[in-house]
Design a binder for this molecule. Structure first.
Ligand SMILES: Cc1cc2nc3c(=O)[nH]c(=O)nc-3n(C[C@H](O)[C@H](O)[C@H](O)COP(=O)(O)OP(=O)(O)OC[C@H]3O[C@@H](n4cnc5c(N)ncnc54)[C@H](O)[C@@H]3O)c2cc1C
Length: 448
């Protein structure tokens, strides 16, 4: 039996993959519903509806996700749409979806635009990312794109994404991002294609849970793992809501700072090692349910640093509004470092502040056009990998037999998203199934 802590997409995919490899699994999830960051929020004021707490898209290049959708019978429900992207710069929105719009972008001169295009092409040629992780991203981009593009485009976007301080962000960040997003473009690069399930990622979460249960996997929600039990150098169990449960194999899919809190004093060496790389950004995100569309874009990137949120994401420019009660869904995310004033603001103060800035961008947005508003927040969302820190990434195994760490902080240089998380879960399942097989082998049993 293998116990998995965390019922987000990582824990569930891992459970599914381990069952396929002949292992028995139990998943423990603290919340009352599955999905973690991919979960939903209820809006009773609009009837019996729930929407994604955070915007989520599937990219047409997400091969592992496509494979999973095939396995759980959801592939035929996937819709693929060409989406648009814009930039909000100096108080104005500009379309930036096609190469032509890109070449017309006013803040940059022709040479800058060509250098920007070159940056994207150059990224796609780089196969070995090892050298990039030693270079701060701004230094690298200044060399490729030039100082003006760095100042007007890259630096504001990076500062928004990392809540101000980008000095320790390695060049691998932009490299991974550009490779992932340009992979979704149609031949010739003229359009970006994104996909969605009408019920959001929750459809995949529910289908995975059903498949796991059908194969006799056990999933318990509303179950908080308080601590692991370790005797000598072996995991012997876990404490769930105060109750001890026997187990010889526990996989923690929770983010590293949460995982460390579950370790007993016996594992202090492991905890010290994991603490070397445990930086995470959090998020605050406002969802506006509108009676009309706000922009033509799926993503409106913001390079205007007077606006506090990272972008304006109108998911109903991808998802047909008919799937969400005819409303238009707009998300205003802000990634937050622990000390950020936005991280600690009350929901009411945050709503007031974000709405004030949104009205600066869209002065004609009226109160009666806003049907509902929700704030969602999370402390551990985006793992931080500083320049040259790859060797500090914690390993899957440790000197405590049966203790495994498998979380988004170990996914690198890929960015964390459904695709990279599921691909990582497949690798981890291979490795754990091998290790558990070895511990069950006759030789190991005789030795024990
Ligand atoms: C704003 C935003 C937009 C995003 N957009 C996209 C997108 O468009 N496309 C995409 O592919 N990805 C996107 N992502 C990324 C994606 O959501 C994450 O990569 C993914 O959900 C991470 O899954 P996880 O299972 O690793 O973590 P989580 O979802 O955080 O799951 C961890 C689970 O562990 C549980 N847990 C914690 N402590 C305990 C405990 N003590 N006991 C039991 N359970 C516990 C938590 O409740 C949680 O359910 C986005 C993320 C955000 C925040």
């Amino acid at each position: 039996m293998i116990d998995i802590v965390g019922g987000g997409i990582l824990g569930l995919t891992l459970a599914h993959e381990l069952l396929k490899r002949g292992e028995y699994v139990r998943v423990w999830e603290r919340a009352d519903s599955l999905g973690g960051l991919m979960g939903r929020t209820r809006l009773p004021e609009l009837g019996d509806v729930s929407y994604d707490r955070y915007y989520h898209t599937i990219l047409s290049s997400d091969r592992t996700i496509m494979g999973l959708l095939d396995e759980v019978g959801l592939r035929s429900r996937l819709h693929t749409i060409a989406t648009k992207m814009g930039f909000y710069h100096n108080g104005r929105s500009y379309p930036m979806s096609t190469p032509l719009e890109f070449l017309r972008f006013p803040p940059l001169g022709m040479i800058d635009r060509l250098r920007l295009a070159y940056t994207i092409l150059a990224c796609r040629q780089i196969k070995d990312w090892r050298a990039l992780e030693q270079i701060p991203v701004e230094k690298w981009l200044a060399g490729l794109s030039g100082p003006r593009t760095l100042q007007h485009i890259w630096a504001p976007l990076l500062r928004a994404k990392f809540d101000g301080d980008v000095s320790q962000v390695p060049a691998t960040y932009i490299w991974s991002r550009l490779v992932r997003t340009t992979d979704t473009r149609t031949k010739g690069g003229s359009q970006e294609r994104m996909c969605y399930l009408p019920g959001g990622y929750q459809e995949l979460i529910d289908a995975l849970a059903a498949t796991i249960r059908a194969r006799d996997g056990v999933i318990t929600t509303g179950a908080t793992v308080d601590q692991l039990l370790i005797t000598g150098d072996q995991v012997v169990g876990l404490v769930v809501d105060g109750q001890q449960i026997e187990s010889n194999h526990v996989i923690l899919t929770t983010q590293t700072p949460i995982s460390r809190r579950l370790l007993p004093p016996e594992a202090r060496t492991v905890s010290a090692r994991w603490s070397q790389l445990e930086g995470f950004l959090g998020i605050v995100c406002m969802l506006l349910v509108l009676r009309r569309s706000l922009t033509p874009y799926y993503t409106l990137n913001i390079t205007d640093e007077r606006i506090p949120f990272t972008g304006v994401i109108e998911t109903t420019n991808l998802i047909d509004p008919a799937h969400v009660g005819g409303y238009h869904l707009v998300y205003l995310p802000k990634y937050v470092a622990p000390g950020s004033p936005y991280a600690n603001m009350s929901d009411d103060a945050l709503c007031a502040a974000f709405l004030r800035y949104l009205r600066q961008m869209f002065p004609d947005l009226r109160d009666d056009e806003i049907a509902a508003v929700r704030i969602s927040r999370e402390r551990y969302v985006e793992p931080l990998h500083p320049v040259g820190a790859t060797d500090m990434i914690p390993e899957l195994t440790s000197e405590v037999a049966g203790l495994y760490l498998a979380n988004t902080g170990q996914i690198y240089p890929q960015l964390t998203n459904g695709e990279s998380v599921c691909a990582f879960a497949c690798q981890v399942a291979d490795e754990i199934s091998r290790l558990v097989g070895v511990s069950r082998s006759p030789a190991a049993l005789v030795a024990a």
